[in-house]
Write a protein that binds this ligand. Structure first.
Ligand SMILES: Cc1ncc(COP(=O)(O)O)c(C=O)c1O
Length: 378
């Protein structure tokens, strides 16, 4: 049985005719940069997310950097984010000279714990970057309330959570800006790199557009130092097709998550993902927590021997990475939940084409090990 972490080929085959036609249209037009296909996708994306403006950019890391540039992040500023995330969340701010400040996570959701944020705010703090990790919305209301009280910009890193809903509202437009990644394995994945910046604020959108266009609003009239970051038309065409299927993709992922939940329900040593009744989790990852007496690393070795794909997102929290431990100004609060998560989490295969039989095989391998270890009292 061929089980994969992500089945890009299967997903492509299911919509091959639509995708191939959309690609052919771009090839026939030879409008590879900007043009109507990109504009249409940006419009459709903003509409899908119930927001106003979306700008397609080169990737999710660029999207974060452009949002930070538009927010006026400068050397000496501080940006608060979780440390249990992909490097890009903090890297993009650090690249602009800002110091990353890391807050601990909620151990249930793996997202930034709003209660940890306020103690980290100083006069240098400019922004808060909640990450909707694994497809689960961060607790946005208290974050927005704190930001408002302190005059801070909130940039949602929604790279893993396109289509997720927090109290009925789609993430990405809940903060002042939001960012997406269209890396192929993401819930809305391109056939290459891509990303987007989202906002309801016309002034911020103008800033983002200018920054992404070499700091120019008018051709050959550059006002500030910017970058060149664009979503190309081939990727926009593919993404436009996939956007039409995104609701079905989310439902497929959620159904797969339900199946895993049921299969693993009796294993006391395994904690399945938390479900907030007010949120719509889109399961970019299905991430379990393995009790220390069983041992995440030992389970990993077992799965490897059994040929079951798996991954650890993330083995090292950002505040422990050399890039940040050595960075002047970088600091963090108490990080107990973050460090525990790094030691205990394990992500199982999750994608839109996953079958019940494949999931049963994955769960069987997990349970064989866990039950044996627990029985043996190891
Ligand atoms: C949480 C998070 N932020 C940012 C990014 C960066 O996106 P990209 O790889 O498109 O630059 C990713 C992608 O891996 C991510 O998972």
């Amino acid at each position: 049985m061929d089980i994969q972490m992500v089945d890009l080929h299967g997903q492509y085959l299911a919509i091959k005719d639509e995708v191939d036609a959309a690609i052919q249209e771009v090839l026939d037009s030879t409008r590879f940069i900007k043009g109507p296909v990109v504009g249409q996708f940006e419009c459709d994306l903003a509409g899908y997310l119930d927001g106003t403006y979306a700008l397609g950019v080169g990737n999710g890391t660029d999207a974060l950097q452009l949002a930070f540039m538009a927010a006026g992040i400068e050397p000496g500023d501080e940006v608060i984010s979780p440390a249990f995330t992909f490097i890009a969340t903090a890297e993009a701010a650090a690249l602009l000279g800002a110091a990353p400040v890391f807050a601990d996570i909620d151990p249930q959701t793996y997202n930034i714990d709003p209660a940890q944020i306020e103690a980290l705010i100083t006069p240098r703090t400019k922004a808060i970057v909640p990450v909707h990790l694994f497809g689960q919305p961060a607790d946005m209301d208290p974050i927005m309330e704190i930001a408002e009280r302190h005059g801070l910009t909130v940039i949602e890193d929604a790279a893993q959570a396109v289509g997720a809903r927090y109290e009925g509202r789609k993430v990405g437009f809940l903060g002042h800006m939001g960012t997406l990644s269209f890396f192929p394995s993401k819930n809305l994945g391109a056939f290459g790199d891509g990303g987007a910046v989202l906002t309801d604020d016309a002034d911020l959108f103008e800033q983002v557009k200018m920054m992404a266009n070499h700091g120019a609003r008018k051709k050959y009239y550059n006002e500030v130092v910017g970058v060149n970051s664009r979503l190309d038309a081939l990727q926009a065409a593919i993404l436009g097709v996939k956007l039409r299927h995104l609701d079905d993709y989310a439902e497929a992922r959620r159904a797969a998550a339900d199946r895993y939940d049921a299969l693993l329900a009796d294993a006391d040593a395994i904690t399945t993902p938390h479900r907030d009744p007010d949120s719509y989790h889109v399961f970019h990852q299905y991430t379990i927590r393995v009790a220390p007496e069983v041992g995440r690393d030992a389970l990993q070795a077992h799965l490897k021997a059994e040929g079951i794909p798996h991954a650890v997102y993330y083995p090292t929290a950002l505040h422990r990475l050399p890039v940040f431990t050595d960075m002047p100004g970088a600091r963090h609060g108490e990080m107990t939940a973050t460090e525990q998560a790094c030691d205990e989490v394990l992500s199982l295969p999750m994608h839109t084409e996953l079958t019940a039989a494949q999931q049963e095989r994955v769960a069987e391998a997990v349970l064989d090990f866990v039950n044996h270890r627990v029985r043996a009292g190891v």
